[in-house]
Design a protein around this ligand. Structure first.
Ligand code: SAH
Length: 344
């Protein structure tokens, strides 16, 4: 709500239908409105199929856009980073990436983050607020409009911990998947968590088709606790057990993200220990040579170190890839997104 106004993109299709009915309108108007919203129309004048009276009513009571573009940077590799303002004045970042298989967008789930991972920029100023489902979905609409591309893939890997904003996340995914709007396939959506285990169980029940990535970043509790405050309350054993339950229930492979940090977790014996812990799991490890964050003392690893680490995992039968770095020249890479305007 903005004063008395309702944000239309914050409603699922069914909620929009209810709203339309409650205003004495015919149900099918909801389908016309929903379609227009996700085509990217941002003025009610573009809703030409609606009677003028309904357009007038919508103008009076509702708003179309929830995020507004403040700034855009374009990387040499075509990656685009957006700074959007959300109602209340907070800003969030969203990243557009072009792959061979199509366009992918990395969206934020919170303004700021309270997880406080030692190597990540997103949590430096703590959490300001949760994003609404509409604010998450609207990032996709805005990027699609700017690029002129249909967005086929979504990763919830921007600022924030999505499972710390679970209800809105689930509603956002429902909106993104809806065929009457954006129609993004469940299998093309991936959510990344730092390991809130009760929500891993809920996610397996609620959205078994949606992909899950878990930020592991360490081969054992000792190292993980130095890097991620969440590890102080959830042990690796508890986390991996939740992950095993997840794969049993969904039959879907989990991606473990592992940022390689020089002198911290990048030794080949760490790789061996990691392989031991993950042995037999339906999983895949995605190694991310650390992206350096100005305020943090952590350093990245050379490509050879990443390859060595990967080959230890491979030899032990763990599937592994090294993440391609996109958008580093505009600080759009993992962990470099932040609440306030980023500097180049
Ligand atoms: N809060 C969620 C979503 C963030 S996703 C999570 O923790 O999974 C972003 C991914 O980038 C996470 O795996 C995160 O740990 C990782 N990351 C954070 N800072 C990074 C950095 N400086 N370099 C590389 N990866 C980083």
């Amino acid at each position: 709500m903005n004063g008395q106004k309702i944000y239309l993109k914050n409603m699922t299709y069914e909620e929009l239908e209810q709203y339309i009915l409650s205003r004495g309108q015919k149900k099918f108007r909801a389908s016309q409105i929903f379609k227009r919203l996700y085509e990217g129309c941002s003025s009610f004048d573009e809703f030409t199929e609606l009677p003028a009276s309904l357009r007038g009513k919508l103008k009076e009571e509702t708003l179309i856009d929830t995020v507004s573009l403040k700034e855009r940077q374009i990387s040499r590799d075509g990656t685009r980073k957006y700074l959007f303002e959300v109602p209340g004045g907070d800003t969030i970042e969203t990243v557009y990436m072009q792959y061979k298989y199509g366009s992918s967008v990395c969206i934020s789930s919170q303004a700021g983050c309270r997880m406080g991972c030692a190597f990540c920029a997103s949590g430096i100023n703590g959490l300001n607020r949760n994003l609404t489902a509409g604010e998450m979905a609207d990032q996709i609409v805005a990027v699609s409009k700017d690029t002129g591309k249909r967005i086929g893939h979504v990763v919830v890997m921007g600022t924030g911990e999505p499972f710390d904003n679970y209800e809105e996340l689930i509603r956002a995914i429902e909106i993104l998947r809806d065929r009457r709007g954006l129609g993004i396939g469940s299998r093309n959506i991936t959510v990344s968590t730092c390991g809130l285990i009760s929500k891993i169980g809920a996610f397996a029940r609620d959205l078994p088709q949606v992909g899950l990535a878990v930020s592991l970043h360490a081969p054992n509790d000792n190292i993980r606790r130095q890097l991620m405050p969440v590890a102080k309350s959830v042990s690796m054993e508890q986390l991996l057990s939740a992950c095993r339950n997840y794969t049993e229930q969904t039959h879907r492979r989990i991606t473990f993200e592992y940022a390689l940090i020089r002198g911290m977790n990048d030794d080949t014996r760490h790789a061996a220990e990691l392989a031991e812990n993950l042995s037999g799991m339906l999983c895949h490890v995605n190694l991310i040579p650390l992206n350096v964050v100005r305020e943090k003392q952590y350093r990245s690893v050379a490509q050879e170190r990443a390859s060595e680490f990967a080959s230890v995992l491979e030899k032990k039968g763990i599937q592994v890839t090294i993440r391609r770095q996109l958008g580093t020249d505009i600080s759009a890479a993992c962990g470099q997104l932040r609440l306030n305007r980023s500097e180049k």
